[in-house]
Design a protein around this ligand. Structure first.
Ligand SMILES: Cc1cc2nc3c(=O)[nH]c(=O)nc-3n(C[C@H](O)[C@H](O)[C@H](O)COP(=O)(O)OP(=O)(O)OC[C@H]3O[C@@H](n4cnc5c(N)ncnc54)[C@H](O)[C@@H]3O)c2cc1C
Length: 482
């Protein structure tokens, strides 16, 4: 299910539902089609279906729009086992048109299994198919109490970058790197040559060393090489972390920020303080990481209205997420409670004080909170589509779109909606308490990955009666413990 067909003449690509972005980039790479792009994910290991269903923010979304804006047609198998193909040619208020709208950002696991997608292929604007891309990790000197860090990052986030410029930034404190000192990693994708990139960077008036290194650590290259080699190099840590075989645990929360000056004075201050607190709290622990990543969006992705597709938070300029990573399962309670406080400080600064990116879901959002956080007012139309295509909630995802209520409850909700205050509700306090999720990630992994030991092992101390097993016994690929 990962075949890809590229129709060069019509600039369209058809991709099967199991394809990864690496599969979709391949025809462009193999034919060295420099200057051509599909609006895909940063990591070639991300699935095309999951990405599109979440809306999708790609390295060139600032000039091409959201990933789902490039969809022409999508085929799914519904809960009834029916194969349905819907697309942009369906009338928007028809059953099919509404399903297409819902599949563009309504999240995974809601309406059916995607088996095929047809999407547009675009021309980049850089001359001769050149893009300029790179990566730089900045370790700012903490001596001035991080005044340089804060002032540079303030200018960086509030700068009115051109649509050709995309720079993701991740602040982090890693107990394995420089004793957890604050660092910021920048990942650059520029649709154009090095000279034009440098000109834009210099306009931002960042710290001199940062400005210099951002220009030194990029390379101009043909776009086919960028898709083949550079995306992998830029995102290698994140890709490896996402492998199921990775032994660490990770918990997330996400936010949708604009880029107004008032918010970014506060956001930068909070991120700095929390990373410093993380460093103090987890000092001496091994393999602990706290990362606040800002995925650069806006530009063309923001130019359509919030209800153009199910993906609601189009006016986001930075899709941000906090990731806490740890290896020791006994740290989950402390990590969760740290994340809980960190996100409570940032949440009021997110769009409508509640927005969260469904592609980076937050497992701690409670039953009353997650639909508002992921979809805002778009959830009402999503619920209608859910009733049309999955009335019994066959797919049953924990944070799935709810089948809408009927009778009095429905009338009450319609009255609330008419009162017009629906989207402004602040969801603080609707989250699940961190303590209630203690031992969630480790126990979920245990339930999913390990077959229970047969009873006779328990009685005899192992299959040959000679001891216990570490990591699941012979079928679980583990080793004998004693
Ligand atoms: C390393 C990494 C980098 C990322 N970079 C980006 C980025 O640049 N931009 C961005 O927007 N997001 C990014 N993401 C987030 C990513 O878009 C989401 O995690 C997305 O859900 C991944 O989809 P998947 O198919 O790979 O994952 P899965 O975990 O397999 O699926 C995610 C969801 O989609 C559903 N789903 C998957 N396939 C299908 C299908 N065929 N039919 C129906 N439902 C399906 C699943 O049921 C699940 O609910 C990144 C994630 C990672 C781990």
């Amino acid at each position: 299910m990962n075949k890809v067909w590229f129709d060069h003449g019509n600039a369209e690509m058809t991709v099967q539902g199991g394809a990864l972005w690496g599969n979709a980039y391949k025809p462009l790479i193999n034919a060295r089609l420099n200057g051509w792009a599909v609006n895909g994910g940063r990591c070639p290991t991300v699935g095309v279906s999951g990405f599109m269903l979440g809306g999708g923010v790609g390295p060139f979304s600032r000039s091409l729009g959201m990933g789902c804006d490039s969809l022409i047609e999508i085929s799914i198998v519904t809960a009834d086992g029916e194969l349905v193909t819907v697309g942009e040619n369906n009338a928007p208020d028809s059953r099919e048109g509404m399903l297409f709208w819902a599949l563009c950002g309504g999240g995974g696991g809601n309406f059916g299994v995607v088996v095929q997608m047809k999407m547009r292929v675009y021309s980049l604007v850089g001359e001769k198919g050149i893009v300029t891309a790179g990566r730089y990790t900045w370790l700012p000197d903490p001596k001035d109490n991080h005044r340089t860090l804060l002032s540079s990052m303030f200018r960086f986030y509030t700068m009115d970058w051109s649509d050709r410029m995309t720079i993701d930034s991740s602040w982090f404190s890693d107990t394995e790197v420089e004793n957890g000192a604050i660092a910021v990693r920048f990942i650059v994708y520029y649709d154009g040559n090095e000279r034009d990139f440098g000109r834009e960077i210099r306009k931002a008036a960042l710290d001199r060393e940062l400005e210099k290194q951002l220009q030194r650590r990029v390379l101009p290259e043909k776009s086919s090489r960028f898709f083949h080699e550079t995306l992998v190099a830029q995102w290698d840590e994140e890709t490896v972390r996402a492998f199921p075989s990775n032994g660490t645990f990770r918990i997330f929360s996400s936010f949708c920020f604009g880029n107004d000056a008032g918010s970014f004075v506060a956001i930068n201050g909070i991120v700095k303080e929390e990373l410093e607190a993380f460093r103090r709290l987890f000092k001496g622990e091994k393999n602990c990481l706290c990362q606040a990543s800002f995925i650069h969006s806006g530009g063309e992705a923001s130019r359509r209205p919030r209800d153009a597709t199910a993906f609601r938070w189009r006016d986001t300029v930075y899709h941000a997420y906090i990731m806490m990573q740890f290896r020791d399962k006994f740290l989950e309670r402390d990590m969760r409670s740290f994340l809980g406080k960190f996100k409570d400080r940032l949440r009021p600064l997110s769009l409508t004080k509640q927005a969260c990116f469904v592609a980076f879901p937050d497992a701690s959002l409670g039953d009353d909170a997650y639909e508002k956080a992921y979809y805002g007012e778009n959830r009402l139309k999503l619920q209608q589509v859910k009733r049309m295509y999955d009335r019994t909630n066959f797919w049953g995802w924990k944070q799935g779109i709810k089948v809408p209520p009927s009778g009095n409850r429905r009338r009450r909700r319609e009255a609330e909606e008419a009162a017009g205050n629906y989207e402004e509700e602040f969801s603080s306090g609707e989250s699940v308490a961190p303590e209630d999720l203690t031992d969630q990630v480790a126990s979920e992994r245990w339930e999913k990955s390990f077959e229970p030991a047969p009873c006779e092992w328990l009685a005899t101390g192992g299959p040959e009666g000679g001891g216990a097993w570490l990591y699941g016994g012979p079928t679980g690929g583990g080793a004998r413990l004693f």
